[in-house]
Structures are given as structure tokens and as C-alpha cells.
Write a protein that binds this ligand. Structure first.
Ligand code: ADP
Ligand code: MG
Length: 641
């Protein structure tokens, strides 16, 4: 008999938690080896389902799932899909089985709320219930629980990570770190101490498929690319079997089925699927009328049924490889994660895609939690901590004048990462600078996801182009973004912790990437047009200002030429001409004012010699130079990493 003796002086034990869409697991390291802890269901995987009873009790796991049929609105499953998402998010509408609270304010729109009748809860609170239950189980077995490492999908954006972290805090956990699920799986296999190389993590769960290309170099993991399909998993296999069963029962395909029957059939289909993992055939008696009918399914038939699903995972794998810039032959190992990878034909499919046998020694249901537990132990011991590097799933940038995007941290940049961009004011005496932080691959800000907006105020009045605004991005090891903007001449500073109102799911990421590819040409054109227009307006402004101050330095004839050039540019701008056409007019105005700008400069300098205030001379010189060198002024957005 094994006896666990409790030592009251023993330090708290750190834990690792895999907070899954379908199932969650808590694990801890004992004698250097990770173990899954027993949850309230008595097993190691806890269904991520929470039931809120009418009397106010909260059930988690199998006990909660038992209410799914009778009280679907009060029994919440798959909420991970909605964590950190807004009420307007397309994902929200997909989970239409639930009643959502209609958003009344802008603030409401930022978070989804489930309507339980009499009370509402957010996905964050629901996740906190799952985490609380896991913490309680850990407490019962470990007596004292230390910090926790909680895993998240590699593609989770800032909002989703923040919400996960907050859920853990709400559950009374000290979050040591958020860890990417694929990285956790690689840690569980101890890859960091074994060999350098490029690895793929193939994670087929209940409702989501994630594929990640990881590079390991001297104990440092770097996520090279992520991909997948947020609507693909073991549940789809259940649905395919369920359809067949319904047909055997005489239902037309696509016919409406009573919810009780649908849920019974789906449950039975899942059982058959599990049986087929270990045996070549599986059978069940299905109720029909007063009797039953015999339904059987062979593994071969099942494999034919799910083949299209597996083909889709293949496509996502090839895309991820392409994104990582390598081909299948460059992969040193493939790790299987997720309960659905137990299906033998999934393993064969992976073998075909990558041309090698996947690693399957560790239970695919537990491998992520094991890695999290190991990492929690590493961090707690503060010993030779494994350095974990991940990448940004989508580029981060700021909107510039005219609606274009200046990318500051490109997609797939290794994190933690920092970058600094310098901007300048566009108008004279501009005292505020709007900063709009966006995420995405499109050229125009309106086509990217808006993450945050803020205004840097109290910029001292200066001529356009003189103020220097430094915008610093910092993405920490949990992929959380902070943006700092500073006006360099005054040192005025403002920092925002970016808490985007919406999350991005991997499907959106994928869609945004595809759109960026599809619209590449249009986008570039739109961007050029936006930029040329801004430039044209700037030149017009500067020229008119110069005319007001120094028109006497022009002959009547020169004045006519300048006026004509101004007219030409105004017309091109008003007519929304092509960027080329606008640029031609800018060049023409540039040529018409060239000599005059020189004379204005001379005058400004002469003014300085005559003992005028240096500041005002600087201003004048800047203006004179402005007309001449508008191109430079426009391009004064230097970047430094
Ligand atoms: P998630 O990461 O989404 O929380 P899991 O990794 O727990 O999901 O995977 C859940 C899926 O794995 C379900 O569709 C379940 O039916 C499937 N699954 C679990 N065990 C088996 C098995 N022995 N054979 C086939 N599928 C399985
Ligand atoms: Mg999982």
C-alpha cells in the first residue's frame, strides 16, 4: 500500500493546469515526475462543463454535464471559445445554444454574458469555477498548493490571455505563468534536454485542432508558427457517426431530431468511437418504437467516414509548415496532443503528413498538464528555468495619418519583444497625438483588429514635424502587450496596458491572413493612395503658409506658376486621382517652389543674424525647409528595435 504522509513543514506544491475546451487537467510533480491529480469526478480529465442550479449551487465536470439535456441554458460547456471575447464576436453567435445578455453599452459589448435566468455569468467566471474545482482537488491531495502554471493555446491573443489569467486569480490561484499548450507538451517530453531541432505539435481535441511548429535551440523553445481549425475535433467524428445512426433509425439526413434523442445519439456515437480505438468493430442496440435495432460500425467504415476531417488537418499542417518556412522533411519529431489523437487513423494520417512516426509515449490527454506542472516546478525552484520563447500570432502596429498601418512588431516575432517607433506631428501647434494600436496583416487600419486607442496630450505647440513622439511596444513572456508613448522634447509620457475589447480566434487569424494575401494588391494601392493624399495635403498646407509669409520673394510670374501648381494638386486631391497622378502634382509644386524655398531659407537665416529670437528663427527655417523637404518630413517615422 502506498501511504502519503503529510509533512506540515513541507513547502506549498506548485501545480500545472491544462484548462481545455472539452476537458481540463491538474498535475503536480512528485520526485521529478509529473502526475495527474484526481479531480472531483474521480479521474484525471475533468469535463470543462459548469452547471448553475436554480438554488445557487455550482456543479463542475460530469455532474454538471448530466444537466446538459434538462437545463441546457444553465449548463455551460466549451466556454473557452468565448473567453476574452466580445458580445459582437462571430464566435459568440456560433454558440447559439446559450442565452446571451443583449449588450446595452459599449462596455457590455466587450464581454459576453450568459443569461442564466435571474443571474448572469461571464466566460471568465465560468472558467474560474473549473479552476476552483481543480485547485480544491489539488489541495485535498497536496495539502498546500503553491503557484500555478496555466496553459493557453499558442494563438490566444492579449484579451484571451488576460481573461485566462484573471479567471485563475478569481479562483484564488497565484499564476506563475501562462504557458502555450504546444510548448507544455514539448516540455513534458523533456525535449529541451534531449536534442535541438524543429518539432511539430499536432493537437486534436474535442472541438478544436491546433498545429504548432516549435524550434528548440539549446533549451530555448521558439514557436515558429501556429495554425489549425477552431471548428474541427473529436466531436465532429461523433456527429458523423450520429448521422449514420439516425439514418439507420429511418431519419432523413438533416431532419430535425428531438434534443433528447440528439444528445443520446451523440453520447452513444462517442462511446462507439472510443471502442473503435481499441477494437476493429463496435455495436450498439438503438431504441426504435417498442423494440431496438442493431447498429454496428467497423473501424474501416469509421475511418472512411472521418477521412475528410483528417484531410483538413493535413491542410492546416502544410500551411503551418509553410508559415514556419520549412518542409516536412525538416521536422525532427511530431508530438500528439488531445484525446482525439488516440484514433489509430489519426496517427496514420500524421505519419503520412510528416513522413515519420509521431511521439505517443505520453498520454495525449495529460501531456499538456504534465508540461505545465514541470514548468511550475522549474519556476518555483527558480533553478535552471527553461526559457520559453513564443511568437506573436499577428502583427502589431499603429495607425498613421491617412489610415495606413505602420507595423511595429511583425507577425511571428519572438516574444518577449520590444520595439520603438518615432513619429512626428502632422499639423502645426498640434498638442495631442492619437495613437491607435491595431493587430493584423492588412495594409489599412480599418481592416485590422483595433486593440486600443489613446491620446498623448500636452505636446508643446511646435511647427509640424518638429515634435518627436516615441511609441514603445512591449510584449511580455505571457504575450501581454503594453504601449508607452512619450514626447521626447518634454518627456511627457503615457502608458497603456492594452486590454483589447475583443479576442481573435484562430479562425479569424486564418481569415485575416487569407484576406491579407487576397487583397495584397488592392491593399498596397489603397495604402499608397492614403499616404500620397496625406503628403499632398501637407505640401498644400506648407505652401499656403509660406505664401502668407514670404510671397514677396516671388516674381508675379513665379507666383502664377506656384498658384497653378497649387490648383493642380488641389484638383488631383479633390478628384481622388490615382496615387501616381497626385504624386506628379506634388512633384510639380515641388519644382515650382524649389528656388523660392532657398530664398526663404536665406531670409530666415538673415533674420537670425539680425538678432531675432532663436526659437522663432528655428521655426521659420523649419517652415522654409518644410516646403522643400516635405518628403523627409513625411518619412520621419524612423524605427529602431
Ligand atoms: P480539449 O483539448 O478540447 O479539452 P481533449 O484533448 O480532452 O480536448 O479531447 C477530447 C476529445 O478526445 C473528445 O472528442 C473525446 O471523444 C476524444 N477521445 C478521448 N478519448 C478517446 C479515445 N480513447 N478514442 C477516441 N477519441 C477519444
Ligand atoms: Mg487540449
Amino acid at each position: 500500500m502506498l501511504l502519503d504522509i503529510f509533512d506540515p513543514k513541507a513547502p506549498p506544491k506548485p501545480i500545472g493546469i491544462d484548462l481545455g475546451t472539452t476537458n481540463s487537467v491538474v498535475a503536480a510533480v512528485r520526485d521529478g515526475i509529473p502526475h495527474a491529480l484526481v479531480n472531483c469526478d474521480g479521474g484525471s480529465t475533468l469535463p470543462s462543463v459548469v452547471h448553475y442550479s436554480q438554488h445557487g449551487t455550482v456543479l463542475v465536470g460530469r455532474a454538471a454535464a448530466a444537466h446538459a439535456q434538462s437545463e441546457p441554458q444553465r449548463t455551460l460547456a466549451s466556454v473557452k471559445r468565448l473567453i476574452g471575447r466580445g458580445a459582437d464576436d462571430p464566435q459568440t453567435h456560433k454558440l447559439s445554444a446559450y442565452r446571451f445578455v443583449a449588450p446595452k453599452s459599449e462596455e457590455d459589448r466587450r464581454v459576453v454574458r450568459f443569461d442564466l435566468g435571474g443571474r448572469t455569468v461571464t466566460p471568465l467566471e465560468v472558467s474560474a469555477e473549473i479552476l476552483k474545482s481543480l485547485k480544491q482537488s489539488a489541495l485535498e491531495q497536496l495539502q498546500k498548493v503553491g503557484g500555478a502554471v496555466v496553459t493557453v493555446p499558442a494563438y490566444f491573443d492579449d484579451a484571451q490571455r488576460q481573461a485566462t489569467k484573471d479567471a485563475a486569480r478569481l479562483a484564488g490561484l497565484e499564476v506563475l505563468r501562462l504557458l502555450n499548450e504546444p510548448t507544455a507538451a514539448a516540455l513534458a517530453y523533456g525535449l529541451e534536454s534531449k536534442q535541438n531541432g524543429t518539432f511539430v505539435v499536432y493537437d486534436l481535441g474535442g472541438g478544436t485542432f491546433d498545429v504548432t511548429v516549435l524550434e528548440l535551440h539549446d533549451g530555448v523553445f521558439q514557436v515558429k508558427s501556429t495554425g489549425g481549425d477552431s471548428a474541427l475535433g473529436g466531436d465532429d467524428m461523433d456527429r458523423l457517426i450520429a448521422e449514420q445512426m439516425l439514418q439507420a433509425l429511418g431519419f432523413q439526413s438533416g431532419a430535425a431530431v428531438a434534443p433528447e434523442l440528439a444528445s443520446f445519439i451523440l453520447g452513444t456515437a462517442r462511446e462507439l468511437k472510443h471502442q473503435l480505438t481499441t477494437s476493429p468493430t463496435a455495436a450498439v442496440e438503438l431504441p426504435q418504437g417498442a423494440g431496438t435495432i442493431h447498429y454496428s460500425l467497423s473501424r474501416d467504415e469509421f475511418e472512411r467516414l472521418i477521412d475528410p476531417l483528417l484531410q483538413r488537418t493535413g491542410k492546416a499542417c502544410r500551411r503551418a509548415l509553410h508559415d514556419a518556412g520549412c518542409d516536412a522533411s525538416a521536422i525532427d519529431g511530431v508530438i500528439l496532443v488531445g484525446g482525439a489523437t488516440r484514433v489509430p487513423s489519426v496517427r496514420n494520417c500524421v505519419k503520412e503528413i510528416f513522413g515519420k512516426m509521431p511521439l505517443t509515449d505520453i498520454d495525449p490527454d495529460l501531456v499538456v498538464a504534465y508540461g505545465a506542472a514541470l514548468q511550475a516546478q522549474f519556476i518555483s525552484e527558480a533553478s535552471d528555468e527553461v526559457l520559453l520563447l513564443d511568437v506573436l500570432p499577428l502583427s502589431l502596429g499603429v495607425e498613421t495619418m491617412g489610415g495606413a498601418v505602420d507595423r511595429i512588431l511583425p507577425r511571428n516575432t519572438t516574444i518577449p519583444a520590444g520595439a520603438v517607433a518615432t513619429f512626428t506631428t502632422y499639423a502645426d501647434n498640434q498638442t495631442g497625438f492619437d495613437i491607435h494600436v491595431v493587430q493584423g496583416e492588412r495594409e489599412l487600419a480599418k481592416d485590422c483588429r483595433s486593440l486600443a486607442r489613446f491620446t498623448l496630450k500636452n505636446i508643446p505647440p511646435m511647427p509640424a514635424g518638429l515634435a518627436r513622439l516615441e511609441v514603445k511596444f512591449h510584449v511580455d513572456e505571457n504575450s501581454l502587450l503594453a504601449v508607452t508613448a512619450r514626447e521626447l522634447t518634454t518627456g511627457n509620457e503615457q502608458t497603456v496596458e492594452v486590454k483589447p475589447s475583443h479576442g481573435l480566434d484562430d479562425e479569424t487569424v486564418e481569415r485575416m491572413l487569407i484576406e491579407a494575401l487576397d487583397h495584397g494588391e488592392d491593399d498596397l494601392m489603397a495604402r499608397r493612395l492614403a499616404e500620397t493624399k496625406v503628403e499632398g495635403q501637407r505640401v498644400l498646407l506648407a505652401t499656403n503658409k509660406a505664401l502668407a509669409a514670404d510671397a514677396d520673394l516671388l516674381t508675379a510670374e513665379q507666383l502664377t506658376t506656384v498658384r497653378a501648381a497649387i490648383g493642380g494638386l488641389q484638383k488631383a486631391l479633390a478628384q481622388n486621382s490615382s496615387p501616381g497622378e497626385i504624386q506628379n502634382n506634388i512633384d510639380a509644386l515641388d519644382a515650382a517652389t524649389h528656388d523660392w524655398a532657398g530664398r526663404r531659407m536665406d531670409r530666415a537665416i538673415a533674420g537670425a543674424i539680425a538678432g531675432r529670437q532663436v526659437a522663432s528663427v528655428e521655426e521659420q527655417v523649419a517652415h522654409a525647409a518644410g516646403v522643400e523637404a516635405h518628403l523627409q518630413a513625411h518619412a520621419s517615422q524612423g524605427k529602431a528595435h
